[in-house]
Design a protein around this ligand. Structure first.
Ligand code: SF4
Length: 121
């Protein structure tokens, strides 16, 4: 694993460490940080991310890695993990999205109902 390795490697209970002890090597082992963790404004940013995703595509740990990445707060996890970029994870995250009109309508109906019940009591 590249730059983020110590954070995940540091915990011997992680799936990644467990995989390595079983002889399964992640495809990104030794890969350039410039591919997996390119900084914003880096030349050819999208090409680098695409190349990192291609490496993930042939990784035996892709499924576990993607699941792990999706469980992390998307605003706090940088780089390509499990074939997804930070942007991909932010776009697919539902916990930080603004409420939709239907949610507003239901919340307003609930408040109105609670008010009515309060007045009646
Ligand atoms: S899926 Fe990608 S980021 Fe995850 S271990 Fe494999 S190569 Fe590394």
């Amino acid at each position: 694993m590249s730059a983020h390795a110590p954070a995940i490697w540091g915990n011997p209970a992680t799936w990644l460490h467990q995989a390595e002890t079983r002889g399964i090597t992640p495809a990104c082992r030794g890969a350039s940080d410039h591919l997996f963790f390119p900084e914003q404004g880096t030349p050819r940013l999208h090409a680098r991310i695409t190349a990192a995703k291609a490496i993930c595509g042939r990784c035996p740990l892709l499924k576990q890695c993607r699941e792990w990445a999706q469980q992390q707060p998307p605003t706090q996890l940088y780089g390509v993990w499990g074939g997804t970029s930070r942007g991909d994870r932010l776009r697919s995250d539902t916990t930080h999205r603004r409420p939709q009109p239907e949610q507003f309508r239901r919340a307003n109906e609930r408040k109105a109902r609670e008010k009515k019940e309060k007045r009646a009591a």
